[in-house]
Write a protein that binds this ligand. Structure first.
Ligand SMILES: [Zn+2]
Ligand SMILES: [Zn+2]
Length: 524
C-alpha cells in the first residue's frame, strides 16, 4: 500500500512538472508566411492566452499550396489579433475568420483601420465569408442564360428581404466561392447589407498609437512601432509575463525600404528576446537614389511629348498613390504638362486614394506621410479623371489595378492597349512570373488573356524603385539594438531567399538566427 502511494505521488509530481512546463511555454505557430511570402498569419501562445498576428490571403507562389478556404480552429479560438498593416496578404482573411466565429478584438493603428474599412466598403475580402445568403431567382436565371452580364447580388439582412422578389436562399451558411462552384456565375455583396455589418465591425477594431502600451490579457501586452512600409504599418513588440519574468517577442511585419518619398521611415525596435523578421529580399542590396525617381519622371515625360499613351498597372493600396504623387511632382517640376489627362480607372484604388487625399489635406494625429506630402497637401495631379473615356486621347496617362495585370481593369485593358505601337507600359510592382505582367517583363511578344492571344507592340519599361521592402543593409539597421543573444527567426520569403539571408545574419554576428517553420516554433 505504501509503495503504491509512493508511485501515485511520483506520478502527480511528474504531471505537475510536465503541465508546468507546458503552461510556461511560449510558442509561435505559423499558418502562413513561414517559408513563403503570402498568407501571413502567426499565433503567439503563452499562459493559456493566444494572440493572432495578421490573417492574410495566400496568392499563387508556384508549387506552394494557396488554398484560402480553410481556417484553423486555434485561430478562431484566439483571444485577440494584432494587425500589422492593410495589405491583403496580411489582412485578407479577417472577415472570413470572423464569419467562422472569431470573437476577439483586432488591434491596429488608426490609419490601418481607416484604410481597411475603405477596402471593406468596396466589398473586398468576401469570397469565403459564410452567411445564409439570399438573392433574386429570376436575376440568377437571366445571368445563367447569359441575358445579363452583371454579377448576381447577394443579401443576408432581413431589411433587404422585402425588396428582393422571387427569392432563393441557401439552406445553410455558404461562401461566395461555394455558390460560384454551384451556379458557375459571379457574385457581389449587397451594399446595404454590407454597411450594416461594417457598422457593427467598427467597434471590434481598436486603434492603437505607436509606442503606447496596450493590454490584451493580464499576461500579454504589446506596443506598436512604425514599420515604414505603407501608411499605418506597424511592427509589434509583445511583453509576455511568465511567473516573475517578462519575455519580449517582436514581429517586424513588412518593413519599409528606407527610400520611400511618401512614407516616414521605420522606428528601430528596442532589444527583445525573440524577433520574427520579414525576409522578402533576403541578402539583396538595393541602391535607389533621387536620380532613379528623376528617370521615372523623364521616361513618362518623353513618351507624352511623343503623343504616346503611358499605361501604369499598379497595386490599389499605397503603390497607386505613390505613382500619383510622382506624377504630381513631375507636373510641378514642369516635366508633365497640366493638360495631359491622368486616368485612374480602378474603383478599388480610387477609394483608397480618396482616403489618402483626405489625410493629406486634413492630417490626423498619427503621421501617415512624410512632411513633403503634407506640404504638397494632395496626391491628385491636375486633370485627374476616374471615368473611362470612350476612346483614350493621345497623349494621356492610365493607371489601373492590378499591378500583375491578371485581374480587374488592368486585365480588361490588355487587348486594347498592348497591340498599339504608341503605348508605353511602365511596370512598377512585383510581378508573378506566370502573370501577364510577369511575361511582359521577360519580353513576351504575345500575351494570352482567356482564349485570346494579344500581340504586343507596346514598349515595356520596368521600374524597381517603388518597392516597400528593406534590403539587407536596412534590415541590419533595424536590428541595431539586437545582439548575438537575440533569437532571430526569418519569415516572409522564398526558400532560397531565406537560406541566403540566414548566412548573412550569422556573418553579421546574429548567431542565434534560424528560419521559422510552418507550424509550432517553441521559444525557449
Ligand atoms: Zn505589405
Ligand atoms: Zn441587401
Amino acid at each position: 500500500m505504501i509503495k503504491n502511494t509512493g508511485y501515485k505521488s511520483l506520478f502527480v509530481l511528474l504531471f505537475l512538472l510536465i503541465s508546468n512546463f507546458i503552461y510556461a511555454q511560449i510558442s509561435v505557430e505559423y499558418f502562413g508566411g513561414a517559408g513563403r511570402v503570402s498568407g501571413s498569419c502567426a499565433l503567439l501562445s503563452a499562459n493559456d492566452s493566444s494572440v493572432i498576428i495578421d490573417c492574410g490571403s495566400f496568392y499563387d507562389e508556384g508549387n506552394l499550396p494557396s488554398d484560402n478556404s480553410v481556417i484553423d480552429k486555434k485561430l478562431i479560438n484566439a483571444d485577440a489579433m494584432v494587425l500589422t498593416h492593410a495589405h491583403n496578404d496580411h489582412s485578407g482573411r479577417i472577415l472570413q475568420l470572423i464569419s467562422e466565429g472569431f470573437k476577439g478584438n483586432i488591434y491596429c493603428t488608426d490609419a490601418t483601420k481607416k484604410i481597411i474599412f475603405e477596402m471593406y466598403d468596396d466589398g473586398w475580402n468576401y469570397d469565403y465569408v459564410k452567411k445564409k445568403y439570399f438573392w433574386s431567382k429570376s436575376k440568377r436565371e437571366k445571368i445563367q442564360l447569359r441575358e445579363s452580364r452583371e454579377p448576381l447580388t447577394l443579401h443576408w439582412h432581413s431589411a433587404c428581404k422585402n425588396a428582393v422578389r422571387n427569392k432563393e436562399e441557401s439552406k445553410s451558411e455558404v461562401s461566395l466561392m461555394q455558390l460560384k462552384d454551384k451556379y458557375g456565375i459571379n457574385f457581389k455583396v449587397c451594399k446595404s447589407c454590407l454597411s450594416k455589418d461594417l457598422e457593427n465591425l467598427q467597434s471590434r477594431f481598436i486603434s492603437v498609437e505607436y509606442k503606447d502600451n496596450m493590454d490584451i490579457t493580464d499576461k500579454i501586452n504589446f506596443s506598436l512601432y512604425n514599420a515604414g512600409h505603407i501608411s499605418g504599418s506597424a511592427s509589434v513588440v509583445f511583453y509576455v509575463y511568465d511567473e516573475n519574468k517578462i519575455k519580449t517577442v517582436a514581429f517586424s511585419g513588412d518593413l519599409g525600404s528606407g527610400y520611400s518619398k511618401i512614407t516616414p521611415d521605420k522606428d528601430i525596435i528596442p532589444k527583445v528576446d525573440y524577433v520574427f523578421v520579414e525576409t522578402t529580399y533576403g541578402g539583396a542590396k538595393k541602391n535607389v537614389s533621387n536620380a532613379d525617381y528623376q528617370k521615372f519622371q523623364e521616361t513618362i515625360s518623353n513618351a507624352l511629348k511623343n503623343d504616346k499613351i503611358v499605361w501604369i498597372p499598379s497595386l490599389s493600396l499605397h503603390r497607386t498613390q505613390k505613382i500619383l504623387f510622382e506624377i504630381k511632382q513631375a507636373q510641378l517640376n514642369g516635366l508633365i504638362s497640366y493638360d495631359v489627362p491622368v486616368y485612374s480607372l480602378s474603383p478599388s484604388s480610387n477609394g483608397i486614394t480618396e482616403r489618402y487625399e483626405k489625410e493629406a489635406s486634413f492630417p490626423s494625429r498619427d503621421r501617415w506621410f512624410k512632411d513633403e506630402v503634407y506640404q504638397t497637401g494632395s496626391f491628385l495631379p491636375e486633370n485627374y479623371i476616374t471615368k473611362r473615356p470612350k476612346e483614350f486621347p493621345c497623349p494621356c496617362i492610365i493607371i489601373s489595378a492590378s499591378g500583375m495585370m491578371d485581374q480587374g481593369v488592368s486585365r480588361s485593358l490588355i487587348s486594347t492597349l498592348l497591340p498599339l505601337e504608341n503605348v508605353e507600359v511602365c511596370l512598377v510592382s512585383y510581378v508573378g512570373p506566370k502573370t501577364p505582367a510577369g511575361k511582359l517583363k521577360k519580353g513576351a511578344k504575345v500575351i494570352r488573356v482567356g482564349k485570346n492571344s494579344v500581340k504586343v507592340l507596346a514598349k515595356v519599361n520596368v521600374f524597381d524603385i517603388f518597392s516597400d521592402h528593406p534590403d539587407i543593409d536596412e534590415l541590419m539597421k533595424w536590428l541595431s539594438k539586437q545582439n548575438s543573444e537575440t533569437k532571430i527567426y526569418l519569415v516572409h520569403g522564398e526558400k532560397s531567399t531565406l537560406e541566403n539571408a540566414l548566412n548573412l545574419y550569422k556573418k553579421n554576428g546574429f548567431v542565434n538566427t534560424k528560419i521559422a517553420v510552418k507550424g509550432i516554433n517553441v521559444l525557449n
